[in-house]
Design a protein around this ligand. Structure first.
Ligand code: NAP
Ligand code: MG
Length: 402
């Protein structure tokens, strides 16, 4: 059998621990036998990040700007314990943060649904994708404890020295205060990424804030979205038969619970943080979530939503058997290959990505899965496999489909 051709390489960002082990198994069993895989390889494993003073992370992000599509393995974000464990020169920053800052993107997360693992919310027939704005608000806020009576004000000093003040509160007793901000260009990028992704995936886009209470801050988000939609996207949305729908955040939450799913929900930074955890646990597990960073210029970086599964890795190192779920990492590869196929007009490559996803899902639906899923499925008589054998089982299903 001849292998499926590629034109442009994918930017391949290798990572750490158990997901690095999965990465190699997936390539060996599910990709290399079928695809003439072209990648430009960047080793984002913590050791190599440390050797290169983290330059490799920057280079991989620049390469994504050059080629357009990347696939990333989960990576360690160092903390004090990791600095010691890996004898690091510095506590290097989160690679995801670095890459996101360079690509200026928005992260879209969607559950991978399979029969036999039913969402907690019965009426969710289709996935709900969360788009989280990844800049500002409470994550970049300045805070103060107010010890006692006194006045707190917000002061803006323009470059020419003129001042504008608003009273936050006239304190009569002890309290707390907080100042936060966001940037119009960042909100614009967020809006464009959301509209672009909605068109890409042909799904309606919801956006919600608390603009009735926050008449300047949240209202700016609402206005920026509406303006960009009307100017740049309305006609394209009409042609694609999808909608842009704005509502209040509390109304959105109520409607989400009653919905059938099948749409994208754009969230401000805090809402996205909270709601994505609610959605992923309601849909099943983090190991069954796709995650893609989409830049407003149309660059894509696909990854799994979970981390490096450290506990399983230590078992693996001791020679013990692991049953780590590779689904999210497989879908990172299929997402990237399908996008590459779309951009390079390679229908065979797109078809392969579809088939590999289908093989993965139907392997699980036939009752063969990893331990995390076996614990939550309603299917009976399931076969629980170890990490490697589960990937081999997917290969067998895939060969059957091909
Ligand atoms: P984690 O790797 O997501 O794992 C947390 C727990 O969730 C695991 O111990 C495991 O539970 C379960 N789990 C997650 N993925 C699974 C999978 N594929 N199959 C089966 N079970 C899975 O999060 P963490 O332990 O908090 O973080 C570990 C490292 O990952 C950290 O160094 C962190 O910096 C990094 N991280 C990276 C990313 C990223 O690169 N995108 C994201 C988050 C965290 P059991 O142990 O109970 O089986
Ligand atoms: Mg969170």
């Amino acid at each position: 059998m001849s292998k499926i051709e590629m034109k442009t390489p994918l930017v391949e960002m290798d990572g750490d621990e158990m997901t690095r082990i999965l990465w190699q198994y997936i390539k060996d069993e599910l990709l290399l036998p079928f695809v003439d895989l072209k990648t430009e390889y960047y080793d984002l494993g913590l050791e190599h990040r440390n050797e290169t003073d983290d330059q490799v992370t920057f280079d991989s992000a620049y390469a994504t700007k050059k080629y357009g599509v990347a696939v990333k393995c989960a990576t360690i974000t160092p903390n004090a314990a990791r600095v010691e464990e890996y004898n690091l020169k510095e506590m290097w920053k989160s690679p995801n943060g670095t890459i996101r800052a360079i690509l200026d993107g928005t992260v879209f997360r969607a559950p991978i649904q399979v029969k036999g693992i039913t969402p907690c919310v019965r009426n969710w027939e289709k996935p709900i994708t969360i788009a989280r704005h990844a800049y500002g608000d409470v994550y970049k806020a300045s805070e103060m404890k107010i010890p006692g009576p006194g006045k707190v004000e917000l002061v803006y000093t323009a470059e020419d020295g003129t001042e504008e003040r608003v009273l936050v509160h006239e304190f009569k007793e002890a309290g707390v205060a907080q100042g936060m901000h966001n940037l119009v260009p960042s909100i614009e990028s967020f809006a464009r990424s959301c509209f672009t992704y909605a068109l890409d995936t042909k799904q309606t886009l919801w956006f919600a804030t608390k603009d009735t209470i926050s008449k300047k801050y949240d209202h700016t988000f609402k206005d920026v979205f509406q303006e960009i939609f009307d100017k740049e996207f309305k006609e394209k949305f009409d042609a694609a038969g999808i909608e842009y729908f704005y509502t209040l955040i509390d109304d959105a939450v109520a409607r989400v619970m009653k919905s059938k799913g099948g749409f994208i929900w754009a969230c401000k930074n805090y809402d996205g943080d909270v709601m994505s955890d609610m959605l992923s646990s309601a849909f099943g597990s983090l190991a069954m979530m796709t995650s893609v960073l989409v830049s407003p210029q149309g660059f894509y970086e696909y990854e799994a939503a979970h981390g490096t599964v450290q506990r399983h890795y230590y078992k693996h190192l001791k020679g013990e058997e692991t049953s780590t779920n590779p689904v999210a990492t497989i879908f990172a590869w299929t997402g990237a290959l399908r996008k590459r196929g779309e951009l390079d007009e390679l229908p065979e490559l797109m078809k392969f990505a579809d088939l590999l996803e289908k093989a993965t899902i139907s392997t699980i639906e036939s009752g063969t899965m990893t331990k995390d899923l076996a614990l939550i499925t309603e299917l009976e008589n399931v076969t629980t496999l170890n990490t490697e054998n589960f990937i081999k089982a997917i290969r067998t299903t895939l060969e059957g489909l091909m």
